[in-house]
Design a protein around this ligand. Structure first.
Ligand SMILES: [Fe+2]
Ligand SMILES: [Fe+2]
Length: 172
């Protein structure tokens, strides 16, 4: 990739995050040693918490009303389902019986979710591009949010689910 992170538009940024997390999941699969696995799993969880935060705070609200509503609703619910596992993985450790299984299932959930976002034509990013969203302005906003989200989550804040709280949590 020749583009720097600062030059990317919103979709390029989000896709770069997706590729990064896919690579980390692959490393987890082949990693041996509990310490290595735990450090990879923790990096994955941090990356996903930041990524879901910038999508939920900036990108999804910008899509709302401009693309298929069901797609946006499902994206929030998929994030929340992933966050349940993320919080469990962070609270647990590699000595736990289901640790590897949780990371594996999380990777499968994310794979499906990324497909829904990146799918050609009917995917969320495609629809957002066709709807004419300002991807450069959104990228600037997401870069700013990414800094604050990273600081917040690096200091140990867990992922917060929104849709499981009922209607109050989500921008309708
Ligand atoms: Fe995403
Ligand atoms: Fe997403």
């Amino acid at each position: 990739m020749t583009q720097t992170y600062e030059e990317m538009d919103a979709i390029a940024m989000l896709k770069a995050d997706h590729r990064k997390v896919e690579d980390l999941f692959e490393q987890f699969e082949t990693a041996s040693g509990k310490a290595k696995k735990q450090s990879l799993a923790e990096t994955i969880c941090l990356e996903l918490k930041v990524h879901t935060a910038i999508e939920e705070e900036v990108f999804y609200p910008a899509c709302r009303g401009k693309i298929e509503d069901d797609l946006v609703d499902e994206a929030y619910v998929e994030h929340d389902a992933a966050k349940v596992l993320i919080n469990e993985i962070e609270a647990g450790g590699p000595d736990e019986k289901f640790y590897d299984a949780k990371v594996k299932v999380l990777s499968e959930m994310i794979e499906h979710h990324v497909e829904e976002e990146e799918k050609r034509v009917e995917g969320m990013f495609s629809q957002a591009r066709s709807a004419g969203l300002d991807m450069d302005a959104l990228a600037d906003e997401m870069r700013a949010h990414k800094k604050t989200a990273t600081a917040k989550f690096q200091s140990g804040k867990s992922a917060q689910t929104t849709t499981f709280e009922g209607d109050s949590g989500v921008a309708a």
